[in-house]
Ligand binder design. Structure first.
Ligand code: WAQ
Ligand code: MG
Length: 271
């Protein structure tokens, strides 16, 4: 979390995922110096036990020392909100944005339909994300229940200190937004990723987003109906890029976000 190299020498990856047998409940991923790990671990356990999706029966916590030599610094994307009236407008806007980012209509629709059905083989939410060919729409992740889990990323304390008041000013400083921004920043920095589509698996959280290197992070207030448990993520990979390489980056690279982007005023979506 800290920007100074002396502090980076002491950095750990801490991550949690929780489930009720095969059913994914929640996850979290942070980078933090040794002295913060106890407090963060306790907060992650509490989150797993008190989650809206149900009380966890299995909780996996992983803590790992980070090699300071491999830390990369990247910025957060700019943030926009497109106001839509309902889920059908939200999904139409998302398809348009994905096309603008370079995803074919076929690939964008296939990924969206998989998320609507529940993208795991059981028709539930996956633990991680789908990796989708941005041209054909083919699924590229090796395990369709697990998906690709993006870990080893966080804001520096300094960047978090700038981001939170900015989000507060717009009334959107909540963990969903902060964590999604951090995840999207790392996804957009991955080799060959042209866009991401996301909506939550938490039944009450209906705002989702489309992100892309040229688009930034575009929030859409209605990407699924309230009460819906099926959520997910799709990372669209341009043809010609190596699947193993992009997964190695998303799961393994250590990324500290040290700069935030611009927060634009909400605008109405026009078809
Ligand atoms: N790596 C890859 N995929 C993940 C990860 C991860 N670290 N964490 C979650 N997912 C996938 C998984 O399939 C989940 O079911 C799905 O994403 C949704 O996860 O600006 O809260 O944590 O207001 O429920 C968007 C915020 C919030 C929009 C999204 O996702 C805004 C959210 P959740
Ligand atoms: Mg969730």
């Amino acid at each position: 979390m800290l920007i100074f190299n002396a502090m980076n020498a002491n950095l750990y990856s801490i991550r949690m995922r929780s489930s009720q047998d095969a059913r994914h409940i929640s996850g979290a991923e942070r980078l933090a110096p040794a002295e913060c790990l106890e407090t963060l671990a306790a907060a992650m356990v509490r989150r797993a036990l008190e989650h809206e999706r149900g009380c966890a029966e299995q909780i996996h916590l992983t803590l790992e020392k980070i090699d300071p030599k491999i830390i990369q610094h990247i910025p957060l994307p700019d943030i926009r909100t497109l106001l839509v009236d309902d889920v059908s407008q939200g999904r139409a806007a998302a398809l348009q944005l994905l096309e603008k980012a370079g995803v074919t209509r076929t690939a964008a629709s296939a990924a969206m339909e998989a998320m609507m059905r529940g993208a795991s083989p059981e028709g539930t939410s996956m633990r991680g994300a789908m990796l989708v060919d941005s041209c054909s729409g083919a699924r590229l992740e090796p395990d369709a229940a697990r998906g690709v889990r993006v870990t080893r990323m966080d804001l520096t304390d300094e960047a978090a200190g700038c981001l939170r008041p900015l989000l507060q000013g717009a009334g959107v400083d909540n963990p969903h937004v902060r964590e999604a921004l951090v995840l999207a920043a790392k996804v957009l920095a991955a080799p060959g990723i042209v866009a991401e589509l996301c909506w939550s698996d938490d039944p009450a959280y209906t705002t989702g987003y489309v992100a892309g290197p040229g688009l930034g992070y575009v929030r859409l207030p209605h990407l699924k109906p309230a009460g819906e448990e099926r959520g997910g993520r799709a990372f669209f990979l341009a043809p010609g890029f190596d699947v193993k390489e992009v997964i190695a980056f998303l799961e393994g690279a250590v990324v500290l976000i040290d700069r935030i982007g611009t927060l634009h005023d909400p605008e109405r979506w026009r078809p």
